[in-house]
Write a protein that binds this ligand. Structure first.
Ligand code: GLY
Ligand code: MN
Ligand code: MN
Length: 442
């Protein structure tokens, strides 16, 4: 198993300093951790930390709260669960307020028991309060209750901030640009995920169930330190591949079908998001191959155009031209080719976006700068990571040659924008027809 990159505590400190630098004078920001989520009765889902909170702390425990204060000086404060041997023997270790201060390089730490008394005092007298209003109704209520207390306490000299500011755009703009350590983790998440896809290709056979293929993928993730998938794995044979978010994964595979797998590991909080499509038999039919190569050509042409200054709208035009031309050549679109290209006629079969930002979330945060026609005009800059995932989905009832009916094909890689172009992070999983057939031939 490879060694995983760790993000140093100093990087989390530096991120907090950057947020503080963007906050107005005399302001305070409150950023809560996630809570545990009940699965049923007294069992819980595997805990997933709030990504904004994690980005600024590196702290893994539920129920905590980060407070950033910008007064004459700046301060980072954490409220967290305190040590509790009786609880820890049941539910696992806690860092505790005392150790957290040094371990996470915070100015002050408090236990959650102290929150009710202490938090209003940090908010009191500030002009601006920054938080993600609407993300968690219970947290909103707590914040508004504190504001009410401060407003009611004017005779004691209390005052509540008069202006609420959404903190998300500040954090999300930072998250869009990945640091060297984050990029390394995303490379590692891609290697693990690529190995899982290769493993699935060599495993899937006529008579295998989709869930058995999923189990191979999850085994590869977990045994390499990625206990969770970044999103529900999609393992769709035949027509199931035309259902974009198919996660039932309970049908049997047969030789005549393609298998579409969209699966990515979450490693140290960071997502990979990879799709491959291959024939269960190990050999593409003529029609499967022809359509596959149209999607692959669209992906290659699009990735080739990724460099600083370009944007998703341009990539989308490139992908649509290749897809439309390919569909026309195969007889799946008819009419005047130039007009079809102008109309983006491929959209009949290419029914989702070309890609999205990728990072701590699979559909990561970051402004796309969309215009009124939904063109994504954000100019690429070094450090951004995106998916490129063209696909074609032919309905089983579509009026096309029967060998095309029910085919679903998507190919998805993860791409980093670099100073002089791009780096494809998805390097270790077969993608061309020849590569796939060679791997599956054993
Ligand atoms: N796996 C979800 C997506 O490709 O966007
Ligand atoms: Mn995907
Ligand atoms: Mn994706």
């Amino acid at each position: 198993m490879m060694k995983h990159t760790r993000i140093e505590v100093t990087e989390f400190v530096e991120r907090r300093q950057r947020v503080l630098a963007k906050m107005p004078d005399n302001s305070v920001a409150v950023i809560p951790a996630n809570k545990e989520v009940t699965r049923s009765r007294d069992t819980e889902f595997l805990f997933c930390q709030d990504k904004d909170f994690y980005y600024l702390t590196g702290f893994h425990e539920p129920d905590a709260l980060l407070v950033l204060v910008k007064g004459d000086e700046t301060e980072s404060i954490l409220f967290c669960r305190d040590k509790d041997p009786a609880q820890e023997v049941w539910h696992g270790r806690r860092v505790g307020a005392e150790k957290a201060q040094e371990a996470f390089k915070l100015d002050h730490t408090y236990t959650l028991d102290e929150l009710e008394q202490v938090l209003p005092m940090y908010i009191n007298g500030t002009e601006y309060l920054l938080f993600a209003q609407g993300a968690d109704k219970e947290f909103d209520s707590m914040v508004f209750a504190i504001l009410d207390i401060l407003r009611a306490g004017f005779k004691q000299g209390f005052s509540a901030p008069g202006t609420l500011i959404d903190i998300r755009p500040i954090i999300h703009e930072m998250r869009l640009f990945k640091s060297a350590a984050e990029i390394n983790i995303m490379r590692e998440a891609n290697v693990i995920s690529g190995n899982a896809h290769s493993r699935a290709m060599t495993f899937a056979k006529h008579g295998t169930f989709e869930y058995q293929v999923e189990a191979e993928i999850l085994h590869e993730f977990a045994s390499n330190g990625a206990r969770a998938a970044a999103y529900g794995s999609i393992v769709g044979g035949g027509e199931n591949a035309t259902i974009l978010h198919y996660t039932d994964n309970d049908e049997v595979l047969i030789d005549e079908e393609l298998l579409l797998i969209d699966a990515g590991a979450e490693l140290s909080g960071y997502a990979a998001d990879i799709t491959r499509t291959f024939p269960v038999s190990g050999k593409f039919t003529a029609e499967q191959k022809a359509l596959y190569n149209v999607v692959l050509e669209a992906q290659n042409a699009t990735i080739a155009a990724i460099k600083p200054g370009n944007n998703f709208a341009q990539l989308n035009n490139i992908a649509c031209e290749v897809l439309t031309r390919g569909l026309y050549d195969l007889g799946l679109l008819s009419g005047d080719l130039q007009q079809l290209i102008e109309e983006k006629a491929c959209k009949q079969y290419f029914i989702h976006g070309l890609g999205h930002w990728l990072g701590l979330d699979v559909h990561d945060v970051g402004d796309y700068q969309m215009d009124e026609h939904k063109n994504q005009l954000r100019a690429f800059e070094p450090g951004m990571v995106m998916t490129i995932e063209p696909g074609l989905y032919i309905d089983a009832e579509a009026e096309v040659g029967e060998n095309y009916q029910g085919l679903g094909i998507r190919i998805e890689d993860n791409i980093l924008v670099t100073a002089d172009g791009h780096e494809n992070l998805t390097v270790n999983v077969p993608k061309t027809v020849d590569e796939i057939e060679a791997l599956m031939a054993g």
